[in-house]
Write a protein that binds this ligand. Structure first.
Ligand code: HEM
Length: 141
């Protein structure tokens, strides 16, 4: 279960209010660190990308609130991402970019503890999707 549910939910409000800035920063950081990812996203990636960030945060909140269907939906989303040619290491890259952008957007309300809680939640979502990769493509931890 999540380290600090209340902290995550409170911070989610701040993030949701700044959703456009947050998405833009996530993709800036992601593409700056890993320019090869640009090819993966369609030309309209900013529209698709915003949807992805929004839905990822919604899944995170629903999971934090104990919704068990999240696991089922993420399995089919994971299978779709196999078709998008998303690999295991890319999930790490996205999580790092998300955490850094979330910290920026949250300003002085951000703490290390909050960062660790968010990382746990995003890790949980990513693991469910990674489980859909063909076995040879999972690097294992
Ligand atoms: C927790 C992890 C993730 C979640 C919850 C998530 C969620 C989503 C959602 C909801 C969509 C749009 C709708 C759909 O195709 O069904 C999407 C599309 C997409 N995702 Fe993800 N995603 C995750 C991780 C990643 C990662 C790590 C990458 C690669 C770095 C990635 C690349 C893409 C691409 C290329 C699309 C296609 C749409 C576009 O071109 O913008 N996703 N994702």
């Amino acid at each position: 279960m999540v380290a600090d549910r209340e902290l995550v939910l409170q911070n989610f409000e701040t993030l949701a209010e700044n959703e456009v800035v947050l998405s833009d920063r996530i993709y800036d950081l992601l593409f700056e660190a890993h320019p090869e990812l640009l090819e993966l996203f369609s030309a309209k990636h900013s529209a698709g990308g915003r949807q992805m960030v929004r839905e990822t945060l919604m899944y995170a909140v629903d999971h934090v609130n104990g919704e068990t269907w999240v696991a089922m939906n993420l399995a089919s989303l994971g299978a779709k991402h196999v078709e998008y040619e998303v690999t295991e290491v890319m999930y790490e890259w996205l999580i790092d970019a998300m955490i850094d952008a979330m910290a920026e957007v949250s300003g002085s309300t951000w703490t290390a503890e909050l960062g660790a809680s968010w990382r746990d939640v995003l890790r949980y979502l990513a693991d469910l999707m990674i489980a859909e990769l063909p076995p040879g493509k999972q690097i294992g931890r």
